[in-house]
Design a protein. Structure first.
Length: 340
């Protein structure tokens, strides 16, 4: 590997992240304080829960523990920080990187309750704080109990999905040891606190304003242009058109097929529509059992249409949703050109 990953800092090494600020015990025990003001871990360590993740499910789902191997390391010597003895034992057991191994052992045995522990399991980032006591198990592995339980959401309650995290943080998964310091410490705290960077907030605001403008423009599209737009949206989403756009059918404007699942969708497209229009088409859809789902798309609602009730098979595609899909699938230029 070309990249190098930090081991845990040595006892006299400078800690990664801000100066040591102990987390209030009450806040740690509750784990979800109303505000993130007092959520100030001193540092963060990534821990690999067993070779190939073999302890992940037990530690996270049932045990609420950290678990650590290095079975040859003498438990009492690790507790007493007798690193010369520990090192010699490890050397005799065939370990090669003795210094780095001892640093990882020291992290596990002597990190206090202010240390944040993170790992990755089931497509999420998981985090916890841990009680300091280390227990030796019969198989010579060691555990520490988690304070509260492992969490996979931020302090606001938003899931920490891996596909929504920076690759700079995720690359710590490639560390070949068991425990290492999290270099992207500030970013990790931002994610756990639910803090959004100023430049990201600005981009989100600009995107929202674009969608709002697109929604206004869409309302001015002709019925034919609106049909083409809905067709483009579904095709950009990966659906294949199985029927001619518009055409002689009275009930459907689009018949779509999923190339992966072979599901069939029907779409009725109305530039302007009211509740009576929707209820009429919904009744027609009820008798068309060869379709898995139907969409009723419109850009200008009238006569109570906004209060229409969807069903499991019949969905409304509203102007706000359409504007979002236009930006999502790169069709904003097309819409703007039509309006211009």
């Amino acid at each position: 590997m070309n990249e190098s990953f930090p081991t845990c800092p040595a006892p006299d090494a400078e800690a990664v992240g801000p100066p040591l600020v102990h987390v209030k015990r009450a806040d740690i025990q509750h784990l979800f304080p109303p505000m993130a003001v007092d959520f100030n871990p001193s540092k963060a360590f990534f821990i690999k829960l067993g070779e190939g993740g073999k302890w992940e499910e037990n530690c996270i789902k049932t045990g609420n523990t950290l678990r650590f191997g290095f079975n040859a390391a003498p438990h009492e010597g690790c507790l007493k920080r007798e690193w010369d003895v520990v090192g010699e034992t490890l050397k005799q057991a065939g370990y090669k990187k003795i210094k780095d191994t001892i640093r990882q052992i020291e992290c596990f045995y002597h990190s206090d309750e202010s240390v944040l522990w993170v790992t990755f399991y089931a497509d999420r980032l998981w985090w916890c704080f841990s009680k300091p006591r280390v227990t030796l198990l019969p198989d010579k592995s060691k555990t520490r109990f988690v304070i509260g339980k492992w969490q996979s959401t931020d302090l606001i309650g938003k899931p920490l999905y891996l596909n929504q995290l920076s690759g700079k943080l995720l690359r710590v998964q490639r560390y070949q040891g068991t425990i290492c310091a999290v270099i992207e410490f500030d970013y990790l705290l931002q994610k756990l606190k639910g803090v959004v960077r100023a430049d990201v907030r600005a981009a989100q605001k600009a995107l929202t304003e674009l969608e709002q403008s697109i929604e206004i423009i869409i309302r001015d599209l002709t019925p034919k242009d609106f049909e083409i737009l809905i067709d483009l949206i579904f095709r950009q989403a990966g659906w294949q058109r199985a029927g001619i756009l518009g055409g002689p059918q009275k009930t459907l404007d689009l018949e779509l097929l999923s190339p992966i699942t072979s599901e069939r969708f029907g779409v009725q497209i109305k530039a302007e529509a009211d509740l009576v229009d929707f209820e009429t088409y919904k009744a027609s859809f009820h008798n068309m059992q060869d379709f898995d789902c139907f969409y009723f798309a419109f850009h200008t609602p009238k006569g109570g249409l906004e209060q229409a009730k969807e069903t499991k098979r019949v969905k409304l595609l509203r102007p706000r949703q359409i504007a979002h899909l236009v930006t999502k699938y790169g069709l904003a230029d097309w819409v703007i050109a039509k309006a211009g």
